[in-house]
Design a protein around this ligand. Sequence first.
Ligand SMILES: [Zn+2]
Ligand SMILES: [Zn+2]
Length: 142
Amino acid sequence: MTAPARRMTPQRAEILAELRAAHDHPTAADLYERLRPRLPRLSLGTVYRNLDLLVAAGLAAKLTAAGAEARYDGRPAPHDHARCRACGAVADVPALPEPDLPRLPDGFAVEVRHLEYVGLCATCRRRVGAHAAPAAGLAPGA
Ligand SMILES: [Zn+2]
Ligand SMILES: [Zn+2]
């Protein structure tokens, strides 16, 4: 069996470079819009297909949330995310240095640990006013 994900086509290399340069966890459509001026023959389907291959090859991560379009992450170092539930913006958060693990099912071997903080970003908090106080016990430093 060959490993097609390891053959890096020029288009796939461009998609990966654009994803690595982005800091906003773009959707496939975002990447398509950004790449189209340089790659006029690119199609959105090609972007989706190549992103899937990059994820399968471990070169990118796919961030999914219920009701939101998938976003992609090309940052290789382990890190966590803060996701705004209103606008969908996803920001990087440094991973905790030595995270405590919760009680896991017997025999469960952890391979990936990815923590997501869900809330409202500063822009959306300004938009909704003061209603969105952090939940008790979840305020920073609490
Ligand atoms: Zn927001
Ligand atoms: Zn990230």
